[in-house]
Ligand binder design. Sequence first.
Ligand code: DC
Length: 213
Amino acid sequence: MVEPRPLVIAVDGPAASGKGTLARRLAEYFGLRHLDTGSLYRAVGLKLLKNNNDPANGSLAEAAARDLQENDLTDPSLREDTTAKAASFVAAQPRVRAVLLAYQRAFAQQLPGAVLDGRDIGTVVCPDATAKIYLDASVEVRAARRAKELQVGATESIESRVLSDMIERDARDSQRDVAPLKIADDACVIDTTGLGPDGVFERAQAFVSSRRN
Ligand code: DC
């Protein structure tokens, strides 16, 4: 008898490229669980901020990662920009990534499978994923989306701050030594700059269905 294999979908890409929206829709469509892996790094960063600790301190960040509880993942402060910045520092710590890796892999392997979104899902966490999708968009469009999300889209100065923060964070995510953001060789790349959520979903769903067969 052939052992059933989980259906694993990896969705990677930079901040505000549309990963979360797509991952949730794919999970619903294919009947899978969803893990927003960025929330793990955000939760570690938030723990450090709450204790007035430096997010760039590797030992403290590792201890915070080991101490992570389910309810840390639902804190509304996870979505704040200060938390995102702290997360990008803790995400560059190899020991933090090692602690979070086992949790992510175990999540992906439970039947019937899962959709995981992040930066290194197709390259490191689930290199054997059934389907890998890489979303991209211009940094200006992503910054405008994030500013809107923060409900501060009204002023130009705030938009430009979000843009410069995003350029800085993109650089940290893609230039770090451990598990940097990069496109997996076998990923389907979708540019969401001029494409709405429905268009992105249709392409991704067609790709996953083709990989499944
Ligand atoms: O996607 P996000 O903005 O919630 O991610 C927060 C930070 O965590 C960001 O700096 C990238 C990092 N991250 C990562 O390094 N690896 C992942 N799999 C997910 C997120």
